[in-house]
Design a protein around this ligand. Structure first.
Ligand SMILES: NC(=O)c1ccc[n+]([C@@H]2O[C@H](COP(=O)([O-])OP(=O)(O)OC[C@H]3O[C@@H](n4cnc5c(N)ncnc54)[C@H](O)[C@@H]3O)[C@@H](O)[C@H]2O)c1
Length: 349
């Protein structure tokens, strides 16, 4: 990478796009040169506000602007095609979660781009929250002994209007799922990041309050068997009346860590200690997690220093496979075995 500033564009100027735009503008060695959206009104309003050029076609934009990086913040069904095309045109890609519409598409991306030098990173910004980083450190240092179990609970609120005013949400072909792929995927990602390799996952999904509105699930649960012997229990719904903060609880040999609202607490020998109070960054929706700026800086640092990205295509695919496992196991009533475990067994002598 040359010493000049990174030339960056954002594709998709909807709800989450300003988290990207503001973060790009905050990075000294990056210039936001263009925005892309098929909705001309929104596009013009944002490009005026942020003083950059605008396009309705991302391929034309990449060819004209010769950008180094694109951020993809479009509906899920467009991610695969956009990632592959952008990389083949020489761009590094920062893609909003989920990496793709489903695990099979994620594998297609992986297969198609294996060996390329352009970098792709998936936006799981919650991994950069101070409380989450502290949990990860306590797991790795074994300060509380071995990890025994993890629970993750997501109780959020999505109205009928949230779905009816969108042309892509709530449908299998455009969103790829419901609460699992859109809202709770962050929590599934954290659970696998904390727990390590997953041997099997078995779950259930259903549409409880929104069955006349959406095709996809609004509620799901799962049990996870990690290969180190730990277990995970997971529950997610969009049927709550409010967006409650995600609750995580990790039980270790010598204590329990749990998150409640913006606090990380530790329970050891009957005593509770507050380990951390997290601040909410202005402009971020609290329940999204507030680390877009941190993760984008981290990605750009990797580009400038030519180092490995934190959340690669493979890493960003695991939560999608967990979702596939929940869907399939609900039908088969059998545990779904993760592909990497099959690979491990296949490779064993
Ligand atoms: N990381 C997070 O916490 C977080 C939060 C919200 C959304 N997201 C993700 O961000 C992505 C976008 O979500 P959103 O809420 O902003 O959706 P949105 O519907 O508000 O915005 C999507 C935008 O993409 C545009 N678009 C559609 N087709 C296009 C095309 N061919 N070329 C260019 N633009 C096109 C639409 O016009 C729209 O403006 C999704 O993947 C979503 O899951 C992530």
């Amino acid at each position: 990478m040359s010493s000049t500033k990174l030339k960056v564009a954002v594709v998709g100027c909807g709800g989450v796009s300003e988290n990207h735009i503001v973060s790009i503008n905050d990075y000294d060695d990056a210039d936001l040169v263009a925005l892309v959206d098929t909705n001309a009104d929104r596009l013009k309003e944002l490009s005026n506000r942020y003083n950059c050029r605008f396009y309705t076609d991302y391929i034309e934009m990449i060819k004209c602007e010769k950008v180094d990086v694109i951020h993809i913040a479009t509906p899920h069904f467009l991610h695969k095609e956009m990632i592959i095309n952008a990389v083949k045109l020489g761009c590094h890609v920062f893609v909003e979660k989920p990496l793709a519409l489903n695990y099979d598409e994620a594998q297609e991306i992986n297969d198609c781009l294996r060996g390329r030098s352009e970098k792709v990173m998936v936006c799981f910004q919650n991994r950069y929250r101070p409380s989450i980083k502290m949990i990860k450190r306590i797991i790795e240092t074994k300060e509380l002994g071995e990890l025994i179990s993890i629970s993750g609970v997501v109780t959020w609120h999505r109205t009928k209007e949230y779905y009816t005013k969108s042309d892509w949400r709530g449908k299998w072909v455009t969103e790829g799922g419901g609460v699992l792929i859109n809202q709770a995927i962050h929590t599934l990602d954290l659970m696998q990041w904390f727990g390590g390799k997953i041997e099997g996952i078995k779950g259930h999904f259903d549409t409880r309050l929104l069955q006349d509105v959406i095709e996809v699930e609004d509620t799901a649960e799962a049990t996870i068997r990690f290969s180190n012997g730990a277990t995970g229990v997971f529950y997610a719904t969009n049927c709550n009346k409010t967006n409650t903060d995600v609750r995580l609880e990790l039980t270790f040999e010598n204590g329990i860590l749990y998150t409640i609202h913006n606090q990380l607490l530790q329970l050891t020998n009957g005593e509770t200690t507050v380990l951390l109070n997290e601040d909410v960054v202005k402009g971020e929706k609290k329940y999204w997690g507030n680390q877009h700026q941190t993760i984008i800086q981290q990605f750009y640092n990797c580009l400038i220093n030519n180092t490995e990205v934190d959340i690669s295509l493979e890493d960003g695919s695991v939560s999608l496979e967990m979702i596939k496992g929940i869907y399939l196991s609900c039908k088969t009533k059998r545990y779904y075995a993760m592909t990497y475990m099959k690979d491990l067994f296949n490779n064993a002598d």
